[in-house]
Each structure stands twice: as structure tokens, then as C-alpha cells.
Design a binder for this molecule. Structure first.
Ligand code: CUA
Length: 258
């Protein structure tokens, strides 16, 4: 049984994250039921009608202490045996740039700028002085490495079943890059380059079929209240096959005006 209810899984590590989330939520549910049950029991058992005069000695048994210790122990096991290994895998499993699709994502109020290095695999030089309405990344097209670079706004196209390594940053305030189906959420900080990685395992087309929703898209949401336009900071991650990905990059490269 899936508890808590979560969006469909579409990345290699999604199952591990959901497993830990499941343990935590079942644990919280058990605590809630237990303590709420005890609360109701105490209301009835120690009602005024049955105890017109208070008992000033109180409880002598130590069971409540043992219960709290048992809960603390269970939470310790959860942390050490499940949560820390899941996190370690996210941090240590980072793919090397050679084996991954490397993309830059630069957040701004209120859009996601996407920057591909192009066939040469090198990101062109960017400069804040060049930032303009038609060049939101400040890409220097005179730079040799920038000639084949592809840029997009609110559209991240990625190949399925390959590790994706995103260099995430922000131009203004703190945003948070989130794709729920990929179980990815990372704050984008101005002045910092934060790596985000995942392996998409289900193409957009497959997911549409699976969910029975022909217009389904993986959404890039912003999970930090970043200003008045926060609600419309919405991008799309389109997961495609290798062939479609190469075709996309080639078409975008041709369309880029130099
Ligand atoms: Cu960017 Cu909210």
C-alpha cells in the first residue's frame, strides 16, 4: 500500500526515497494513533465524575518512560539504518561529467534558463554584463566554446536512462528546483553552483500512456516563495529517447541565431 500518496515515480532513485518516506509516515501514523488513543483513554478514565478528589501522588509505574525511550530508539534506527544510507547514496553516487548529460539551469524571477554545452561538451563563457532580455544567460557568443551552445527558457529536454547532472544556480533570489516525479528538489542559490543529479527512467510519452493523461508533462516547480510571480515560475522537463534528444539539440542549434 502506498502511503503517503505520492506522484508517480520516474527516476532511478525514486523508489528508495519513497521507501524512507513510507517508513517515516507509517511511524508518524502509529504515534498519532497511539497517543490520541491514550489521550481519549485518559479523558474517560480520569474524568471528574470518577475522581472528585485529585490524587496527588500520581502514577508510580515507569511504563511511560519506557514508551518514550522505545520511540527514541526506533527513530534512531530509522535515521541510521535507512535515512542516512539513502542520503549517502544521493551525495556519493554523483555521476562524472563524462557519463552524464550535463546542463546548466539558472533560475531567475520568474523563469528557468537552460544552457546546454552543445556538441563540443564545453559551456561557453557567460558574463553578467551581457545579460539582456534576449540573452537571459549573458552568453558570450563570440567565445569559441559558446558557438554551439543551446539555450532554452522553461524547457528542459533530457534523454531517458542516462544520468543527468544539472549545475544549478540563481541570478537573483533563492529559488528551488523541483521535479516531483524525479524526486528531485534543490535550492538554487545566487553565487553558488549546486549539482543536482538523477536518472530519468520513464519518458514523457510513456508516462502519458501509463497515467492515461495524453497532455501530461513533468513540471519544473519552484519550491521557494521567491516573489510575487512565484506561482507562475513553471517549467517543463521533457524526457525523450536518445534519438529524439539528439534531434532536439540539432534542431535547436540550427534555430540559434548567431
Ligand atoms: Cu522561484 Cu519561487
Amino acid at each position: 500500500m502506498s502511503f503517503p500518496p505520492l506522484p508517480a515515480q520516474a527516476s532511478a532513485h525514486a523508489h528508495d526515497i519513497d521507501f524512507v518516506l513510507g517508513l517515516e509516515h507509517w511511524g508518524m501514523l502509529a504515534l498519532f494513533v497511539f497517543f490520541f488513543g491514550y489521550f481519549v483513554y485518559a479523558l474517560v478514565r480520569f474524568r471528574r465524575g470518577a475522581h472528585p478528589k485529585a490524587d496527588y501522588t500520581g502514577m508510580k509505574s515507569r511504563w511511560s518512560v519506557y514508551v518514550v525511550l522505545a520511540i527514541a530508539l526506533a527513530e534512531g534506527v530509522l535515521l541510521v539504518a535507512y535515512e542516512m544510507p539513502a542520503w549517502r547514496e544521493r551525495v556519493n553516487g554523483m555521476p562524472s561529467p563524462d557519463e552524464a548529460t550535463v546542463v546548466r539551469v539558472v533560475a531567475e524571477q520568474f523563469a528557468w534558463n537552460v544552457h546546454y554545452p552543445g556538441p563540443d561538451g564545453r559551456f561557453g563563457r557567460t558574463d553578467v554584463k551581457l545579460v539582456a532580455a534576449e540573452n537571459p544567460l549573458g552568453l558570450d557568443r563570440t567565445d569559441e566554446a559558446a558557438r554551439d551552445d543551446v539555450t532554452a527558457i522553461n524547457q528542459l529536454t533530457l534523454p531517458v536512462n542516462h544520468p543527468v547532472l544539472i549545475h544549478l544556480t540563481s541570478k537573483d533570489v533563492i529559488h528551488s528546483f523541483t521535479i516531483y516525479e524525479m524526486r528531485v528538489k534543490q535550492d538554487a542559490l545566487p553565487g553558488a553552483d549546486t549539482p543536482v543529479w538523477f536518472v530519468p527512467t520513464v519518458t514523457t510519452a510513456e508516462m502519458r500512456q501509463r497515467l492515461g493523461k495524453p497532455d501530461f508533462e513533468y513540471e519544473i516547480a519552484c519550491s521557494q516563495l521567491c516573489g510575487l510571480g512565484h506561482f507562475r515560475m513553471r517549467g517543463f522537463a521533457t524526457i525523450v529517447t536518445d534519438g529524439e534528444y539528439q534531434a532536439y539539440l540539432a534542431a535547436e542549434a540550427r534555430a540559434t541565431v548567431r
